[in-house]
Design a protein around this ligand. Structure first.
Ligand code: HEC
Ligand code: HEC
Ligand code: HEC
Length: 428
């Protein structure tokens, strides 16, 4: 009797221990899965669109301007009423990859599902675990998107999907290293880099969703701000690219425009290996054929401009404005100081076909985000109060032709237009 009782207690204890161990293993697996999902959510930059400025993470409500009208992102916290708490994993997968909501209606492609389409099953599973168990529920419904006819007809997006999206899964390119393939996966799917860096067609669709086309990542335009090509990145080394994605700056450029948020919320949080893979992959893409790229960023061309500026005789109006306002930081050779003041000599922003970004930076200034690896915030002051439209036009024209830079002159009218549109934007 006594021994059997002891045996019973022992067995019970062993069973409980086993169960506890199993439970622990379960919790560990769960925690690891949620952590992986969190990392993938960063790689996918879900927070950028699903959080209103000053709002709770993932509670939606960000106002997104689109050619179809104003849209609002939705609440993707696990709240069952206001968020996606009732989504099953297959329903979640369908929303993220196919753009179809739980109620069967189509999402608008402001949600980048055409890019997310090839996210792997195991990554979707981890994302789901994170959104269900790693994100705090928020009981608030954001403003509802109400587009005008015909765009309020969500079923119309089914036709759009049929015409413009692909259902090709992600396939490993066996001819290339695992590193290149990892970079390709991150860039083509979660990173949705192509949603900004690939030109758009008549239906506002990305002209290419993967690198089988040379339009892929060949540069685009966002609200008049030129988005550079990422193909081959001939003048940047792998280290230049990883530094830019990790710290928002390198010897050539500081991050600006819409890319600022990408670095801030997404790329600065990626592992060194993943950033390296992205850089190696971008460098593996054949460069796009540039139309008449005659920019001669030679030492001789730089020296010619330096001499003019240093001698200070017969300076053009634009050169005068440069010496008085910009030279202190960006230097006479236009090369700034590596990692502190970006180079204007050979710069993509300065020579972009559309000068809107350059004019915006001169008017409003710019700020590098504070990243983990480079916490300081470098600021470029805005000159809207100090320089008039004509002075800025002269200045921009000089920048686009000095030091071997080669881009069209900028008119006073073009500056006035940007100044007006920025004044309108800041009023809301
Ligand atoms: C570029 C902006 C953008 C990014 C990045 C983005 N989303 Fe969205 N998402 C939206 C918008 C806008 C909607 C609502 C679209 C509509 O109303 O048709 C949406 C809708 C959704 C829905 C449907 C929710 C519902 O209300 O039923 C889910 C789920 C979702 N997103 C998940 C994600 C996940 C997960 C990520 C990151 C991997 C992500 N989104 C990244 C813009 C974005
Ligand atoms: C929301 C739009 C958007 C997304 C998404 C985006 N970018 Fe960008 N990116 C930009 C813009 C705009 C610029 C130009 C920045 C400037 O003018 O300073 C840029 C610049 C860059 C540059 C600098 C190139 C150069 O020659 O100056 C790199 C590198 C880059 N992006 C990589 C990426 C990668 C990799 C991804 C995906 C993980 C990505 N971007 C996603 C908008 C975007
Ligand atoms: C006090 C120092 C300072 C002065 C003066 C200054 N800048 Fe800048 N400039 C910066 C910094 C810092 C950045 C990087 C900011 C960022 O992160 O985008 C920058 C960025 C830029 C960029 C964007 C480059 C890129 O690759 O993203 C342009 C173009 C530019 N400046 C032009 C000018 C012009 C033109 C003037 C004179 C009207 C000027 N700057 C005056 C410090 C300065």
């Amino acid at each position: 009797m006594k021994t059997s009782r002891i045996r019973f207690v022992l067995i019970a204890a062993m069973l409980m221990l086993g169960a506890a161990q199993q439970a622990w293993a379960g919790v560990d697996a769960d925690t690891a899965m949620i952590a992986r999902g969190e990392y993938l959510a960063r790689a996918g930059d879900c927070i950028a669109c699903h959080t209103a400025s000053g709002g709770k993470p993932f509670a939606g409500g960000l106002r997104i301007k689109s050619p179809m009208g104003v849209m609002y992102s939705t609440n993707i916290t696990p709240d069952p009423v206001h968020g996606i708490g009732r989504y099953t994993e297959p329903e979640f997968a369908k929303a993220v990859r196919l753009g179809i909501r739980r109620d069967g209606k189509n999402l608008y492609p402001a949600m980048p599902y055409p890019d997310y389409r090839a996210i792997t099953d195991s990554d979707v599973q981890a994302l789901y675990a994170y959104f269900m168990k790693g994100v705090a529920p928020v009981a608030k419904t954001p403003p509802v998107t109400a587009l005008a006819f015909p765009f309020n007809q969500r079923w119309g997006m089914a036709l759009w999907n049929f015409a413009f999206t692909s259902d090709k899964p992600f396939v490993l390119n066996k001819a290339e290293s695992l590193e290149v393939n990892r970079g390709r996966y991150l860039v083509q799917t979660l990173g949705h880099c192509s949603s900004c860096h690939t030109p758009r067609g008549v239906g506002m669709q990305e002209l290419a969703l993967d690198d089988s086309s040379s339009s892929f990542l060949s540069g685009g335009e966002l609200n008049g701000w030129g988005v550079p090509s990422l193909r081959g990145m001939p003048s940047w080394s792998v280290a230049d690219i990883t530094a830019y994605l990790e710290t928002g700056r390198n010897g050539f450029a500081s991050v600006g425009g819409e890319m600022t948020g990408v670095v801030d919320h997404s790329t600065q949080h990626l592992s060194a290996e993943d950033l390296q893979s992205i850089a190696v992959y971008l460098k593996s893409l054949p460069e796009e054929k540039k139309v008449a790229q005659t920019h001669s960023n030679s030492d001789a061309a730089t020296q010619k401009t330096v001499q003019q500026l240093v001698q200070g005789q017969n300076l053009s109006a634009g050169q005068m404005v440069y010496l008085n306002n910009c030279e202190a930081c960006h230097a006479t050779n236009g090369k700034g100081a590596a990692g502190i003041f970006p180079s204007l000599n050979g710069s993509e922003v300065v020579q972009s076909k559309n000068p809107t970004a350059l004019i915006s930076v001169i008017l409003k200034g710019a700020q590098t985000p504070s990243t983990q690896k480079a916490p300081s915030v470098l600021a470029m002051p805005g000159f809207e109060g100090r320089l008039n439209d004509e002075e800025i036009a002269h200045l921009a024209t000089f920048l686009r032709s000095g030091w071997g830079n080669n881009a069209d002159a900028v008119s006073t009218g073009a500056v006035s237009k940007v100044r007006k549109s920025l004044a309108g934007a800041s009023k809301g």
